[in-house]
Design a protein around this ligand. Structure first.
Ligand SMILES: Nc1ncnc2c1ncn2[C@@H]1O[C@H](COP(=O)(O)OP(=O)(O)O)[C@@H](O)[C@H]1O
Ligand SMILES: [Mg+2]
Length: 470
């Protein structure tokens, strides 16, 4: 590397460092809301508070590095303005230099005019190899730095070259030497995070469909009252992998059938579910739980129908999907619930060049509270997510919609699932229809708000689900 770096990073905690925010506040107000992973879009940021600040490389050196947990204050409603709201907490890695070399221009956060960093340039440090190396080194040596805890299950080689993954999703990732990938969570919460909890449980079960966590980062909470924050997970990098969404679209564009892959995905899903049921508690959902599940689905349907007029004609048919489930509950029907993936779709599946499928990203739906994401649910919920994903793919390859292609995938996925899981999800038509309906209703609302051109995709499912045809 060209920069002369200190051999060993100076490691100190600067929690509460009062001047730091004075330097960063004006820049973060501009920069943070523009980030893809920023969850509070559309509401102004009115200020910040530090949850934790850790100096990983001294800021008075040529390259300084701060690890920050920053709470962004945002009024609850833009019109009310004064409603107090604690705001979301974000994980930031801030690099500090005199000036940025051109290769780091896309990582610029801004030039500091105030506070202790005045005159310096701050930037998104993950784009810079040296800061990414500092993080890996801390994981490799199980370091404790300030409030940060780096823990590992396996040995990590010291010489892996980092590269940031630029296709930003809801989090940020760095690949180390094609050997590991570090996912740094952006919006962080105190408490057990399923993105670490479930892969660890699956690794204990010897499940080979999920990359086992190699190491992870947590932060001690500022007050004793909260649990630690899970900040990131290092796991083996599946080399040369394609994600299921890209692969499905590619095959569809070529006019190729995808049902053999869909079947393999069904088998992989069932393997993961079986291992999760062994590893973590299962519960029986009786009348009371099913009733409140149906009430939640009904509420979401009503809210969506309120917001999206094109959904209204189908609302009675969609309600019948939920009523059928409520009827079964009243008759005394129960379902087993267990820990599930929680946000399963083709984009959460990777296929290695050898043809093996992996499931990734057990974070659940990031907008929901951790306690809700960690609740036991019927496995059919994940199945419904994947079935919706085949439908989306069938509308997304550029050509005319391909409903037969989707139907073949859906059937093959369920058959594959049955081969390993012992039970075909299609033998639960009422539950499956209720979950698919709930998902399609969510999609209608999402598309109406964010991508109106896509509204026909969930609406075509809504038409089918409203009549109860499978
Ligand atoms: N173990 C892995 N091996 C290879 N690529 C991975 C791995 N884990 C994640 N990725 C890549 O990173 C992307 C985002 O990962 P994911 O865990 O889904 O994060 P996000 O929460 O941002 O969606 C994936 O779509 C995939 O391309
Ligand atoms: Mg993902």
């Amino acid at each position: 590397m060209s920069e002369a770096m200190p051999e060993a990073p100076t490691r100190s905690a600067v929690t509460g460092s009062p001047g730091l925010l004075a330097s960063l506040d004006p820049l973060l107000r501009e920069w943070l809301p523009r980030q893809r992973w920023f969850a509070g879009k559309g509401r102004p940021v009115t200020g910040f508070s530090l949850v934790a600040a850790t100096e990983l490389l001294p800021a008075d050196g040529k390259l300084g590095l701060y690890h920050l947990l920053v709470r962004a204050h945002q009024p609850l409603e833009p019109v009310q303005g004064t409603v107090p709201h604690p705001g979301d907490c974000y994980q930031l890695l801030i690099g500090v230099r005199e000036a940025l070399p051109p290769r780091l221009a896309p990582a610029l956060i801004g030039h500091v005019h105030e506070g202790p960093l005045a005159g310096r340039t701050v930037y998104e440090a993950l784009y810079d190899p040296r800061p990414a190396e500092v993080i890996l080194e801390a994981l490799r040596t199980s370091a404790r730095i300030g409030q940060l805890r780096f823990e590992r299950r396996e040995e990590i080689r010291p010489d892996l070259v980092p590269r940031v993954v630029t296709a930003e999703q809801s989090n940020s990732s760095v690949v180390y030497g094609d050997t590991f990938i570090l996912k740094l969570l952006r919006r962080v919460l105190p408490g057990t995070n399923p993105d670490l909890e479930l892969p660890l449980a699956l690794a204990r079960e010897g499940c080979s469909r999920v990359p086992p966590p190699t190491a992870w980062i947590t932060a001690e909470p500022p007050s004793g009252a909260e649990e630690p924050y899970v900040l990131g997970v290092l796991q083996p990098f599946v080399q040369g992998a394609s994600d299921g969404w890209e692969l499905a679209l590619r095959e569809l564009a070529k006019g190729e059938d995808f049902s053999a892959e869909a079947r393999a995905l069904g088998r992989a899903t069932a393997e993961v579910h079986t291992a999760l049921a062994r590893a973590l508690p299962t519960v029986t959902l009786g009348h009371h739980q099913l009733q409140s599940m149906v009430a939640g689905m009904t509420e979401r349907l009503e809210a969506a129908a309120q917001a999206v007029p094109t959904l209204r004609p189908y609302a009675p048919g969609l309600h019948s999907a939920f009523e059928a489930l409520a009827d079964l509950a009243r008759e005394g029907h129960t379902w087993t619930a267990q820990r599930v993936h929680g946000d399963l779709h083709l984009g959460q599946c990777l296929r290695s060049p050898s043809g093996q499928w992996w499931l990734i990203d057990f974070e659940g739906e990031p907008a929901k509270p951790l306690a809700e994401r960690r609740m036991a649910q019927p496995v059919v919920r994940d199945v419904a997510g994947m079935l919706r994903s085949f439908d989306y793919a069938a509308h997304s390859a550029g050509g005319p919609p391909a409903p037969e292609w989707a139907a073949a995938c859906r059937a093959a996925y369920c058959s594959g699932y049955a081969e390993v899981g012992g039970r075909d999800p299609r033998t639960e038509p009422v539950l499956l229809r209720a979950y698919e309906t709930d998902k399609a209703v969510y999609e209608v609302l999402y598309e109406a708000r964010h991508r109106p051109d896509w509204l026909p995709v969930p609406l075509s499912a809504v038409r089918r689900l409203a009549t109860g045809d499978s």
